[in-house]
Design a protein around this ligand. Sequence first.
Ligand SMILES: Nc1ncnc2c1ncn2[C@@H]1O[C@H](COP(=O)(O)OP(=O)(O)OP(=O)(O)O)[C@@H](O)[C@H]1O
Length: 322
Amino acid sequence: MSFAAAADVGLVGHNRGFGAALEFARKAARHTCPLLIVGETGTGKDQVARLVHALSPRADGPFVSLNCAALPDSLIESELFGYERGAFTGAGRSYAGRFMAADHGTLFLDELGDLPLASQAKLLRAIEHGEVTPLGSTRPRKVDLRIVAATHQPLEAMVREHRFRQDLFYRLNVARVHLPPLRNRRDDILELAAHFMEPLRRTQEGARVGWFDASALNRLLGHVWPGNVRELRNVIEAIFIDPPDGPITERSLPSYLTHAEGWEDRGGGAAGEEEVDERQRILDSLCATHWNKSAAARKLRWSRVTLYRKMARYEITPARGA
Ligand SMILES: Nc1ncnc2c1ncn2[C@@H]1O[C@H](COP(=O)(O)OP(=O)(O)OP(=O)(O)O)[C@@H](O)[C@H]1O
């Protein structure tokens, strides 16, 4: 990955699994196929979506985002597809909607797993036909954009439980970036901490803050980080509310960090990383060969049987028609 490009949108980290995910995102950025970014809350999905847009041929076009969890079901469709004046009570003027606003650019659908089932069907139609029909209109409008979607929810399981449409899942799961949780990339914690401290050090008070002492370092490196990078950023900001003069000790850390039990590494972290790497390599080869599994298997120097076995293991679903 060109880390310079990642740094352009403020992405920091040299962990192998994270680097492999960014590398795949960078490659996928050049294509127009939809991209699905998965990862726990606070792992950087929004940031990666912006990176993909910035590196894409549509970089000069708009980047428009919609958080599917932030709107009530009744408003999602009018927000996505727009409406005509008088389409419903209160529609005093027409509204183009986010799809049209993202024309020639990227539409980022955050928290895709929260999109209501009825809207999922309309979204699929809009993607497949490249057109949207605003509420209250019968005239479809052409739109040319790239969809990047993100979710922290297990979409495969939601498909099995009929909570997410299988056809939309297949349409969006063509290229997938998995961002590892911070607990599986603890080698990035200190670099990220330094990154978040840098602007805070620019004040007179902040400039006197030193680095973490040994006990504070233990706390940082041993914490589970359920809120991932966002939680780490918040912890750093909290330290600078009443900044210490000199090294940062345990006393400067939020109390929940020093009272919580540390995370027991049972070897899962390293294995998790390797798995993320392998999954990315498989997706990379499949995307590069347009999901031709014989060609992808050759690229990976595996037999087709091995590729099928690994695809099943990592729940990699073939794109429709592949
Ligand atoms: N690799 C990184 N380098 C620097 N900052 C990062 C990185 N990853 C995440 N952040 C920062 O952490 C915060 C959360 O990131 P972001 O909003 O992209 O996460 P997310 O996965 O989209 O979260 P959510 O699922 O809750 O929407 C942001 O302030 C972002 O700038």
